[in-house]
Design a protein around this ligand. Structure first.
Ligand SMILES: [Fe+2]
Length: 284
């Protein structure tokens, strides 16, 4: 795929750029290796104004995260949306561009939820074709993220990890591994999150997400409104045994706390990475 750019710093931990933190970030320029921007937030009313985003970009690399490509949808690809992604790429030179393995549009309806798709050979052909078109249109590789789900399809012929493995083989896309989503699915459906990590091609993981969920007792919701949970930290440690230095994001989208809380979560992730790289070097 042409247009490939150098990646984010190896083993770095970034945080999501949120409008409530922007003044402090611009004033204090905290030591954050990179920020992820949610394209759909920043193009909506009330998002960061372009001048602020350009000022952040002067000091920090950016990763552009999208929710509207609807890679698993049946509607034709939304060319106007992809054009906006392209414009953002041109204006802010994000190091990575990502979206989810889901659909968000159907007919005239647009959904705020990341809706699940069946994992069949037919949908594999369909989604692969759409990822090919998106990558050709944008002129670069994208990362595709595993999502949290609250139902399963009886028609699925493979699991999500096997499906993603095939997507990478067919399209050359990368994987955005959301470890919290893998854990939410383990809790909700009884899938093994470790088996998920074992099955995906970890060498193609271009970014990792760590986030908090909301516990509804019978099920978990991928609410991104909490600190990273203990089981997700443990899974992150498990992933690091096989990981290849992919940059990590602390993802927090609702009930957004002060910047210090996000920096504290990032510092914890950095400590864990440091511990694993030290022990890997010791036994090399
Ligand atoms: Fe995520």
């Amino acid at each position: 795929m042409s247009g490939q750019q150098a990646g984010l710093p190896v083993n770095s931990v970034g945080i999501g750029l949120r409008s409530v933190h922007i003044e402090r970030i611009l004033k204090e320029q905290p030591e954050v290796p990179w920020f992820e921007i949610l394209m759909d937030n920043h193009t909506a009313q009330g998002g960061l104004i372009p001048r602020q985003l350009a000022a952040v970009r002067e000091h920090y690399p950016l990763s552009l995260h999208c929710v509207g490509m609807s890679l698993g949808g049946m509607n034709p690809l939304d060319v106007a949306y992809l054009e906006t992604v392209k414009r953002m790429m041109h204006e802010y030179s994000p190091v990575q561009v990502s979206d989810h393995l889901c659909f968000t549009h159907h007919g005239i309806h647009h959904f705020n939820d990341l809706l699940p798709i069946p994992f069949t050979s037919e949908s594999l052909n369909h989604v692969s074709g759409r990822i090919d078109k998106v990558q050709d249109y944008l002129g670069r590789r994208i990362l595709v993220e595993n999502v949290s789900t609250y139902l399963q399809f009886q028609s699925s012929e493979m699991n999500e990890a096997e499906f993603m493995f095939e997507l990478v083989n067919r399209t050359g896309c990368g994987i955005l591994l959301d470890i919290n989503n893998a854990y939410v699915n383990e809790y909700n459906h009884g899938f093994s999150a470790k088996a998920f990590i074992d099955t995906i091609p970890v060498e193609h993981v271009g970014e990792v997400h760590l986030a908090g969920f909301e516990d509804k007792t019978e099920y978990l919701i991928d609410a991104h409104n909490n600190r990273v949970s203990h089981p997700v930290w443990k899974l992150f440690e498990y992933y690091l045994q096989f990981g290849h230095g992919a940059p990590v994001l602390i993802e927090w989208d609702n009930d957004i706390p002060g910047l210090d809380v996000l920096l504290d979560e990032a510092a914890r992730a950095e400590d864990i990475i440091f511990h694993y790289s030290e022990s890997a070097a010791r036994y090399a």
